[in-house]
Design a protein around this ligand. Structure first.
Ligand SMILES: [Zn+2]
Length: 218
């Protein structure tokens, strides 16, 4: 089930957008559907994942802002907003407040489709779980006036439960773009290599699809 109208991608950290949906974002951009991205944090706690172990949180946040700008240009994002909550502590933020900020963003861009993590965050990361919960609440609250569909990335746990994707993209078709956007997030390169391998000519078999399920539609 392909998204109609404008799509918003709602995630926790810079690089989540490329991990989960880099190919989809680029494809929507190529179709002039003007995808937009909202990030809850600036990724200021991700210092273990690259060569910036000595950076302060503020220094790392500034580095990651630059990386995110570069990735946004590669993916063709039409707009990017960062809420700037502390990385790693998103589950301490009031869900209702976060949901209302998500709704405000969706309304600003007249978004019709919302994409986020599944309830388990894909990998259990508490920030991912928190942003999934808040995005779901934003949809359920009815505050997102133009939104008609909510998509989750298909997590391994959901697949094991027998859930099948409603939308599948073959990463191979856009791998060069996705790999370039991943490379832009240089401060996270160790985490990226753990997940995607060495970003060579071809995508690893285990990462060959971006898959999404439709949770709600109006
Ligand atoms: Zn993340």
């Amino acid at each position: 089930m392909y998204p109609e109208g404008r799509s918003a991608f709602i995630y926790a950290h810079p690089d989540d957008e490329t991990f989960m949906s880099g190919c989809l974002i680029r494809q929507l951009a190529d179709e002039s559907l003007k995808p937009v991205l909202l990030l809850a944090t600036r990724g200021d706690a991700g210092y273990k994942n690259g060569d910036y172990a000595d950076a302060s949180r503020e220094e790392l946040a500034a580095i990651r802002d630059g990386e995110m700008e570069e990735a946004a240009a590669i993916l063709g994002l039409d707009a990017l907003q960062q809420l700037g909550y502390p990385d790693g502590k998103l589950n301490e933020i009031d869900t209702t407040r976060l949901a209302s900020q998500i709704a405000e963003f969706a309304n600003t861009y007249a978004v019709e489709s919302l994409f986020t993590f599944p309830p388990d965050g894909g990998n259990g990361h508490p920030d991912h779980v928190a942003i999934s919960r808040a995005t779901t609440l934003a949809f359920e609250s009815g505050l997102c006036r133009s939104v008609r569909r909510l998509y989750y990335s298909l997590s391994p746990a959901m697949a094991l439960e027998g859930r099948t994707p409603d939308l599948t993209l073959e990463v191979a078709k856009q791998w060069k773009v996705k790999a370039a956007a991943l490379r832009a997030h240089d401060s996270q390169k160790y985490a990226i290599e753990r997940y995607f391998g060495n970003l060579g000519e071809e995508v690893q078999m285990s990462r060959r699809y971006e898959q999404f399920v439709v949770i709600y539609k109006k």
